[in-house]
Design a protein around this ligand. Structure first.
Ligand SMILES: Nc1ncnc2c1ncn2[C@@H]1O[C@H](COP(=O)(O)OP(=O)(O)OP(=O)(O)O)[C@@H](O)[C@H]1O
Ligand SMILES: [Mg+2]
Length: 363
């Protein structure tokens, strides 16, 4: 089963007279992981809230299963929301409920499960995010990172088809961020759910998603497969994905044009196209991630339209990644030197965040 497609067209959102973004058009490919980037305040959280119908855009449509979520009835919206698992930026746990009850909440609200069944699912998800043993703690008694993980467990508890995470990695230490990223890849390998993740972490953006989008100056600057964005010569995209200070983006967002131009000239001389980091692979023993094959087929079709340097970098990366390129022939990657197949391995931190073996969709 492939996840659900989310088709956004011409979406515009304002608060009073302030337009947050306008004319946003993108399709979250079913069963793939997408990441949304953008400077602080560009409306990434507003976008996620619009996707689940918590905020109403003035123009445009969000179509899921042939239903426009912007215009449907409240009862249809209620049904559609069951497809989603959402981690809000602030975690949004109920302060007076312990972690167990917080995580059990969507099950008690949306399913007819018995308390014994609820307990099984809650314990499985708490184990998955490394919170086993913390069931009775209140949100106020635990660290920010633990609250984040409790929010993650709650977002996953209904085995959602569409998963929206707003900065799941903020406030986590590097080891837990690495584990979280692996968890996202592994979940996608097992469930083929559609993910949209907002992050400010450059390493996450470079190594996790199949697709990357970027909000900038009230518009969607770009959205496409990781290969295309990571090799993009668009100054805004390149600056953001490389975390550089120099470039068009400044603290005030609208940087002085003359200064930006000077800096761009500097970078032009300093750097060529940076090598593309390999994407994280699913943990050994899990199903092959189908999203990778679908995305690569899409990229191969786009390849002739890309700049020569990008084409070369993409062919080079495919040749390097070996194992996962089952849909590509040697001819298709001709022109790049072919090295030994290499798989990304991931050292799992013991006892920090350990998942149970063989977790699967429980529905
Ligand atoms: N309910 C609301 N009413 C009025 N304005 C809002 C509301 N929610 C968000 N905004 C405004 O929309 C803009 C975008 O906010 P948003 O939280 O989406 O930014 P963001 O891209 O998620 O930033 P960050 O990276 O800091 O989380 C901000 O100027 C914010 O003040
Ligand atoms: Mg935000």
């Amino acid at each position: 089963m492939t996840g659900v497609e989310v088709k956004v067209e011409g979406l515009t959102k304002s608060f009073g007279r302030a337009t947050i973004w306008s004319d946003v058009t993108l399709t979250l490919p079913p069963g793939e992981i997408s990441v949304l980037l953008g400077p602080s305040g560009t409306g990434k959280s507003v976008f996620l809230k619009s996707l689940i119908g918590l905020l109403k855009p003035e123009k445009g449509s969000i179509v899921i299963h042939d239903t426009d979520l912007v215009r449907c009835s409240e009862s249809t919206l209620y049904e559609l929301r069951k497809l989603f698992g959402v981690l809000f930026q602030d975690g949004a746990l109920f302060g007076s409920m312990n972690l167990f009850d917080n995580i059990a909440f969507p099950l008690r609200e949306h399913t007819k499960m018995s308390e014994a069944q609820v307990r099984d699912v809650v314990m499985e998800k708490m184990d998955l995010v490394g919170l086993k043993g913390d069931e009775r703690k209140l949100p106020g008694e635990i660290s920010g990172g633990m609250r984040k993980r409790a929010g993650l467990a709650r977002a996953l508890v209904l085995d959602p088809e569409i998963i929206l995470f707003d900065e799941p990695d903020s406030g986590l230490d590097p080891v837990r961020t690495a584990y979280l990223n692996q968890l996202i890849i592994d979940l996608n390998a097992q469930t083929d759910s559609t993910f949209l993740i907002v992050t400010h972490d450059i390493n996450t953006a470079q190594t996790v998603p199949d697709n990357i989008g970027m909000l900038y100056r009230k518009h969607l600057a770009m959205f496409g497969p990781r290969e295309v964005l990571l090799t993009s010569d668009d100054p805004v995209v390149a600056q953001f994905l490389n975390g550089r200070r120099q470039g068009p983006i400044g603290m005030s967002e609208e940087k002085d044009a003359a200064q930006a131009q000077r800096e761009m000239a500097e970078i032009g001389e300093l750097e060529g196209l940076p090598p593309m980091k390999p994407q994280l692979a699913a943990t050994a023993g899990l199903p092959d991630r189908q999203a990778v094959h679908r995305r690569r087929e899409r990229v191969m079709r786009m390849l002739p339209t890309l700049p020569p340097a990008a084409q070369a970098a993409i062919r080079e990366s495919y040749a390097h990644e070996g194992g996962g390129t089952a849909t590509l022939t040697r001819d298709e990657v001709a022109g790049a030197s072919v090295h030994d197949a290499r798989t990304e391995t991931f050292a799992r931190p013991d006892n920090l965040f350990e998942p149970p073996p063989g977790r699967q969709r429980s529905r």
